[in-house]
Design a protein around this ligand. Structure first.
Ligand code: AHR
Length: 511
């Protein structure tokens, strides 16, 4: 959690204009400490997730080789181009709940021979398995993402998962690696990230922590490194901030068992349909990001008790907004489709600011999900495809990747209030400010505790209506723009209109 200083608590709110529906202005002071390093912001904190759910894969990322929609070997060309431009560091697949009912052999070999299976988690519709392991790896290569595969623990066996690892990673000469070569990929896929099940307290088998721990021990025993590919094995963590799950799982886990990552899931539920939020439901949803930060701190602190040298990295493996789903929209666009609005952008920015402030406690964060499902980056329908406000939020946050998070102190105020995260790369300081208030323009002064900031530039994502969205009809309604920022006397001054995300980049001198 951020530390606060009383001298910063000088926010001054004053009525701006009676006619402008209680619009107020306020001044906020932020103290940035370029030398107070938190940790490197791993690019993987900007990771993503694509499940066989609704139209995320089929009809979204994957349109098929014979589609009239422009494609690269079946992958939607527009999606590939935009995701590559964003530079997704890691992509998790095939689920989600789907993972624990997926049998990887269904998705390899000649497409016409692949079995048709019922997707029991997401509506009992039939999938033809034309998108399988080879197609997933090809997609990752096309967009430049590191593949992350979630294995099947709930309805699978240790042998099935062990064979999948060998199929992907063994170089050549074994029956499985030769089968991979015969299927068109002589080079091993070198998949490092493997999830050992998903939500095994729920859709992944309804297990107790002790039962899951026993499964984890057994499965992980047979998952091996091949060649120079060192596996990063990820255990199923809690839903939300369930400390009981973590405590009991860790109690049941001998230290000698390999666990490299521990995956918590944290969704921010919305009471309303995505484009019918009220001020109250907006505030309630955005306030959950302060709870997310508390959850990360508490989960990490509990893990630390069992894992003093932090062998195990904490992941927020699924996160994002999950609004009230409209059944008509679901019918039209697929399960868990929701529109992505200015509110969704603010939510994504608040989440990423949390990850950056807690960069020393997290190794990965995967937003749910990439296309057409929940907090999507892209929406697609037939040949149409749009970049959502979520996409642009990740674009605004990109300069933080690989930089070192540094402390930024903000005034004490009840959430949702101004959110700040800062990072530093050599003599550059990067600050992202989020104004989640719908009625308050905020003039922010960022003072450096050491040195001076100059040569500043800023980009903003903003719309005065929190229910506004980039739709198929108006795809470019909300896009990032240059924004005025001044650097005077070593401080940065920037004005945030209501509902705005601003990233400032400036040169630091004299630190
Ligand atoms: O992202 C949608 C679903 O949410 C995933 O399948 C599951 O893991 C979670 O409950």
């Amino acid at each position: 959690m951020m530390t606060r200083r009383s001298f910063l608590a000088g926010a001054v709110a004053a009525p701006l204009c009676r006619r402008a529906r209680a619009q107020t202005r306020q001044n906020e002071k932020v103290l940035i400490e370029p030398a107070a390093e938190i940790g490197v912001i791993r690019p993987e904190l900007h990771g993503h997730f694509a499940e066989h759910l609704g139209t995320c894969i089929y009809g979204g990322l994957w349109v098929g080789r014979n589609s009239p929609i422009p494609n690269i070997n079946g992958h939607r060309k527009q999606a590939v181009e935009w995701l590559r431009a964003l530079g997704i560091p890691v992509l998790r697949w095939p689920g989600g709940c789907f993972a624990d009912d997926y049998h990887w052999r269904d998705g390899i070999g000649p497409v016409e021979k692949r079995p048709k299976r019922v997707n029991i988690h997401w509506g009992n519709y039939v999938e033809d398995n034309s998108f399988g392991t080879h197609e997933f790896i090809e997609l990752c290569r096309l967009i430049g993402a590191e593949p992350y595969i979630a294995g099947n623990v709930g309805s699978g066996t240790p042998q099935e998962m062990r064979d999948w690892v060998e199929y992907c990673n063994y170089s050549s000469g074994s029956t499985l690696s030769d089968e991979r070569a015969a299927n068109g990929s002589p080079e091993p896929f070198r998949v490092r990230y493997w999830g050992v099940g998903n939500e095994n307290w729920g859709c992944g088998g309804n297990m107790t922590p002790e039962e899951y721990a026993a499964h984890y021990r057994r499965f992980s025993t047979y998952l091996r490194d091949f060649g120079d590919t060192r596996l990063f094995l990820i255990a199923c963590g809690p839903g939300g901030n369930n400390l009981e799950w973590t405590r009991r799982f860790m109690e049941a886990m001998p230290r000698r068992v390999r666990i490299h990552g521990y995956a918590m899931h944290y969704y921010s539920r919305g009471r309303d349909h995505a484009q019918r939020f009220t001020v109250e439901s907006l505030r309630a949803q955005l306030a959950t990001f302060w709870d997310l930060e508390k959850a990360i701190l508490e989960q990490r602190a509990l893990l630390d008790k069992y894992d003093k040298d932090r062998r195990i990295g904490l992941l927020v493996d699924e996160w994002g907004v999950w609004d009230r789903i409209d059944p008509e929209e679901e019918k039209r666009y697929g399960r868990l489709f929701q529109q992505i609005t200015m509110r969704s952008a603010l939510a994504a920015a608040l989440g990423l600011n949390v990850f950056h402030r807690q960069a020393d406690k997290l190794v990965m964060g995967n937003l749910a999900q990439t296309v057409n499902v929940l907090h999507a980056l892209l929406l697609a329908d037939g040949p149409r495809c749009v970049r959502t406000t979520t996409y642009y939020t990740f674009e605004l946050m990109k300069p933080h990747r690989g930089a070192t998070a540094v402390r930024a102190q903000t005034p004490e105020a009840p959430p949702p209030t101004l959110s700040v995260a800062a990072s530093r790369r050599q003599d550059e300081i990067i600050v992202t400010l989020v104004n989640p208030r719908h009625d308050t323009t905020t003039e922010v002064e960022c003072t450096m505790s050491r040195g001076a900031a100059g040569n500043a530039r800023a980009r903003i994502l903003h719309h005065p209506d929190f229910n506004a969205a980039n739709t198929f009809e108006s795809p470019d309604l909300i896009v990032p723009r240059d924004h005025p920022v001044t650097a005077a006397g070593g401080s940065l001054r920037v004005e945030l209109p209501p509902l705005a995300i601003v990233t400032v980049q400036a040169r630091l001198s004299g630190v």
